[in-house]
Ligand binder design. Structure first.
Ligand code: PLP
Length: 401
């Protein structure tokens, strides 16, 4: 990546007015140590080579850019291409970041990795990488989420991670995050906190973005080779925002390429049961960073809802808030019901069962494509495969498994 692409965040970790480091004093030196180690690794060709080699040989990169001809024909508008992150090892883009940070932890001499997980997808990616790199792995997970995601808990255990239940608060992701931070403060000398999206205090949004940017870098090369030009639209779902930022960021300076981030509209924005932080949120501070948040008038964080477990988070990465602010990206919301339509559309036309998160992007891109001429190119980031969501889908469409 060129120096120009890495202009932001600034030295204080800000993307415009968003980002920063809102953490207790005890974590400031750990974040500084992490930033220095990361910048050093980033500039080291040996480290980059190791990361890219494992992406190739272990994760199966580059993932294909697939022209979805049947889907495009059915819609009868623009040409739709799918960036197949569902074909990466463990079935989603999360491995790109887990692998990069796992290598960074090793380089820093840390032997103990901690992470928090909601639905379990990030936990599985971290446990996978820790098993491969011989690192000790502890995953914090809310009691409630452990009940709901038992197969992912079993996967993590098979990968010899320790899953620690969190029974405080709402017993879900945000309580697991608090517990992970508590552990980090106590064990900072040998412990690496492996964050899973472009959220949290600086330097995490930058680190996760850079490791996920492999998605957009490959897409750029692939689309140039296939069509000898850049795409017109990039469409990706946004939970914390890592798969979207990974696709968008390498195109930041290509002004003709439009970015669309698709958030979880849940049961509809008007019901309040959704997770659309950029579309419906306000500026605030959560988990160490300033960004757009779903909060009530007194600043209390709202309970979110989405049919897609990976989109069910009240905040979003600060760089997305910045992209929205400067008009570089547009953010929209797609409801649970619409996402299910997107899910079925891809099953029917292409024989690909998508995860419920990118099903939001599929629905929106299909609507967009219908009104555009065939020579327009739309890339959808197919961030993950649907195997993990079969129970949820069966229940939603009233089918028995
Ligand atoms: C976790 C997850 C997401 C949401 O996370 P981002 O950081 O917004 O990318 C999206 N898709 C899949 C398949 C996921 O597992």
């Amino acid at each position: 990546m060129t120096a120009k692409d890495r202009q932001l965040p600034d030295s204080r970790g800000y993307f415009g007015q968003f980002g920063g480091k809102f953490v207790p004093e005890t974590l400031m030196s750990a974040l500084y140590e992490l930033e220095q180690a990361y910048l050093d690794a980033h500039a080291d060709p040996g480290f980059q080579q190791q990361y890219h080699q494992l992406c190739r040989e272990y994760s199966g990169r580059p993932t294909p850019l697939y022209p979805a001809q049947q889907l495009s024909a059915k819609i009868g508008g623009a040409t739709i291409l799918l960036k197949r992150e569902d074909l990466a090892h463990t079935g989603a883009h999360k491995i790109n970041n887990a692998l990069g940070q796992g290598l960074l932890a090793k380089r820093m001499g840390k032997t103990r990795i901690i992470a928090e997980t909601g639905a379990g997808q990030h936990g599985v990616a971290v446990a996978t990488v820790c098993a491969m790199l011989s690192l000790n792995c502890i995953i914090y997970m809310g009691d409630e989420d452990i009940q709901r995601q038992s197969s992912n808990v079993f996967r993590m255990k098979l990968l010899r991670a320790e899953v620690r239940p969190v029974s405080s608060g709402s017993r879900t992701l945000k309580d697991a995050i608090n517990e992970t931070i508590r552990d980090w403060v106590t064990n900072i000398h040998n412990t690496y906190y492996l964050l899973g999206s472009v959220v949290g205090p600086h330097p995490y949004p930058m680190i996760v973005r850079d490791f996920q940017s492999i998605i957009g870098q490959e897409t750029k090369e692939q689309v140039m080779t296939m069509y000898h030009r850049l795409p017109d639209y990039l469409v990706a779902c946004v939970g914390g925002g890592s798969n979207a930022m990974g696709l968008f960021h390498p195109f930041f300076h290509e002004k003709g390429v439009k970015f669309i981030g698709v958030e979880a509209g849940g049961q509809g924005l008007e019901t309040g049961h959704h997770a659309a932080s950029l579309v419906a949120g306000r500026t605030g501070v959560l988990h160490g960073t300033k960004s757009q948040l779903l909060q009530d008038k007194s600043g209390q964080i709202l309970v979110t809802h989405s049919i897609a477990p990976g989109l069910d988070y009240p905040g979003v990465g600060p760089e997305h808030s910045y992209y929205k602010d400067i008009g570089r990206a547009t953010y929209v919301a797609v409801t649970d019901a619409q996402a299910l339509e997107g899910f079925r559309l891809l099953c029917d036309t292409e024989g690909i069962i998508p995860a419920l998160e990118p099903a939001h992007a599929i629905y929106y891109a299909a609507k967009l494509a219908a009104d555009l001429p065939q020579n327009q190119l739309i890339v959808i980031n197919l961030s993950g495969r649907g195997d993990k969501d079969l129970d949820i889908v069966a229940k939603a469409i009233g089918m028995d498994l």
